[in-house]
Design a protein around this ligand. Sequence first.
Ligand code: HEC
Ligand code: HEC
Ligand code: HEC
Ligand code: HEC
Ligand code: HEC
Length: 223
Amino acid sequence: MSHGYLSLHGYLSLSGPVGSSGVAAPHYRGSRYFLMALAAMVLGFFLAMSSAWADGGTGVPNAVPPKGEYEGKNVEQPIEFPHNIHVDVNKINCMYCHTYARRSKVAGIPPTSKCMGCHLVIATDKPRIKKLTEYWEKKEPPRWKKVHDVPDFVHFTHEKHLKRFVFDNEGMSVDRVPEVCAFCHGEVKKMTVAHKVKPLNMGFCARCHEANKGPFDCWKCHK
Ligand code: HEC
Ligand code: HEC
Ligand code: HEC
Ligand code: HEC
Ligand code: HEC
């Protein structure tokens, strides 16, 4: 079993088994199983706390995506959008495109007009940019498909998480936002196509809420 440890300037700290170890079982069917799962979750949490820190002293989130059953397939998109070229090579901040993340539930996908701010002049000869320009000229937005999708009965909000781990996190610079996003989305900045690498199940959410005093009432995450 591998352990991931996450800490951002000692403010954000989380440890927990990651990957397919099945701690805090994601399937809760019936209240009896739920209680058992909850007990397992709490136990798993204490076991994890007692394990060795594994962040190599960098004080940044463990960005190694867990392998295994949670790893999503690449979703076929109207245009393959390379996060790596934009973020890793050209150093564009996640929040430049996902502008709503800091102020609403959703992170948002940028409108084509934002792409065209650059692609009216950049890489205009490339096939994917030609396709993008066709959408733009037809005034038709590309229909991006969802990669991450929690069930409808789950309430999630980006705003509270970014406020806590970026804006209210003393010493945390906005350049390091990708590390915070990576905790839940993996290393998107290295991806040629966005895909799901983190479980985003109840155990995953709950372990961090326990470690960082996030809300633990059922109704906070369930409507
Ligand atoms: C230049 C604009 C741009 C930048 C910068 C950018 N993204 Fe994206 N992102 C997109 C577009 C367009 C999509 C939709 C296509 C796709 O899902 O591949 C997307 C999709 C995503 C998705 C999948 C959404 C879903 O449906 O679940 C995640 C997660 C994501 N981005 C995270 C990030 C993170 C983290 C960063 C910074 C490391 C980042 N993005 C930087 C434009 C951008
Ligand atoms: C701030 C400027 C900027 C913005 C905004 C931007 N891009 Fe880019 N994009 C680039 C640069 C720079 C490259 C690399 C070009 C090169 O390699 O010649 C690139 C490359 C690409 C490529 C790869 C082209 C190829 O085949 O090599 C695609 C596809 C792409 N962008 C799509 C998009 C989409 C879709 C959006 C909007 C969601 C977007 N870009 C927004 C700057 C930008
Ligand atoms: C605490 C976990 C967490 C963090 C941190 C996080 N996300 Fe998300 N993100 C999620 C979950 C869960 C979903 C799926 C939401 C749903 O299905 O309603 C999601 C969905 C998305 C989506 C697609 C739907 C939407 O909201 O527009 C994008 C894009 C995205 N995230 C980008 C980002 C970026 C960029 C960052 C960092 C600035 C980030 N996320 C940080 C958990 C997180
Ligand atoms: C990296 C750690 C971390 C992860 C992972 C995480 N959360 Fe949180 N979450 C927190 C913390 C800390 C808070 C409290 C923020 C604050 O102080 O306002 C919080 C707040 C929330 C809130 C706001 C509740 C309110 O008061 O309105 C919701 C809803 C929530 N989380 C749902 C989720 C869900 C669902 C997931 C999994 C998909 C998740 N979180 C994953 C740390 C995390
Ligand atoms: C921090 C957020 C969070 C909290 C707090 C939380 N849940 Fe969940 N719960 C989730 C997420 C995310 C899922 C979706 C799991 C998935 O997609 O695998 C879920 C799924 C469930 C399911 C459905 C499981 C299934 O197999 O369909 C039940 C039942 C449930 N939760 C009950 C509860 C109860 C009862 C509480 C209070 C003791 C609670 N949850 C507290 C995030 C949370």
